[in-house]
Design a protein around this ligand. Sequence first.
Ligand SMILES: [Zn+2]
Length: 331
Amino acid sequence: MRPTRLVHLLTLGLSSALISCSGTTSQAQSADSTDSTIQEQGLTAAPFDADSAYLYTQQQVAFGVRTPNSPGHQATAQWIEEKLRSWGYEVTLQHFEGKDHFGKSAQGTNIIATRTPEGSDHILLMAHWDTRQVADQDPITQRQALAIQGADDGASGVAVLLELARQESLHPSGKALDFVFFDLEDGGQSNDEDSWCLGSQYWAKHPHQSDYKAKWGILLDMVGAQGARFYWEGLSKDYARPLLSSLWQTASQLGWGDYFVQADGSQMTDDHGPVIRQRGIPSVDIINFDPNRATGFGAHWHTSGDTMGVISKETLRAVGETVATTLRGDI
Ligand SMILES: [Zn+2]
């Protein structure tokens, strides 16, 4: 993923404090005060095992880079599918043709897991499982041509989603949760917005069920790094404000307010874009991006430093508990 508007603003030399995704800075503090359905203090966290999420992150990294057409890519798809099937999910593999970072043809696979109680609104939980072919943000030039390990950028979102799926199989929430693992998200070029998010673009045009609908969507992207900060992403605030409010309030009530900052971030080019714009599913992107950091996403983003060394069990737990608890609330 990449920031949609940040690059432009930085080019203009504006300070990051001026970046407003919605263009309405006066509304910056209002998203947390309306529409929330969780009001009580002292909320109990829904079950989420951060050790398990950490292990799932580690296992993906152990497969090697998960770039298109690589052995690690193939092994990871099979591993995700097997995990989901072992927990009783119906799994659909959606194959599509895309292009890799270098413009070569690549086989993409979206992995979709469902386990649907009848008569309930669907909620779509999303992450991307591929990793980037180039570490083009690496400060060391010789490393920029190498693929990233993607412990945070790729593996962490998948890991939290898998642990949520496992917990759902053990303690059903009563909601119809659908899990989608998008492929070919991270092969884009900075000057070409449509070169990112190929899996979600494909799924939005060809959902696994014709005229698929969901009440809400939640996208997890880079949710495992130590010191992560999740601000209100621009599209999420514009299109899914009630869900955004519930998530950030839940985080605050669980004691994770340092991670979930109630202030504007930036607008991202990420998998929630096609899901919102083409399928009309209001979705929130939980993504580590701090507008006050010089590096925005963090120093490890798209570098050779995106390894298990940056992964924190506490961050995985903060995100996992926040999402799991919100899903059990009245949303
Ligand atoms: Zn990325």
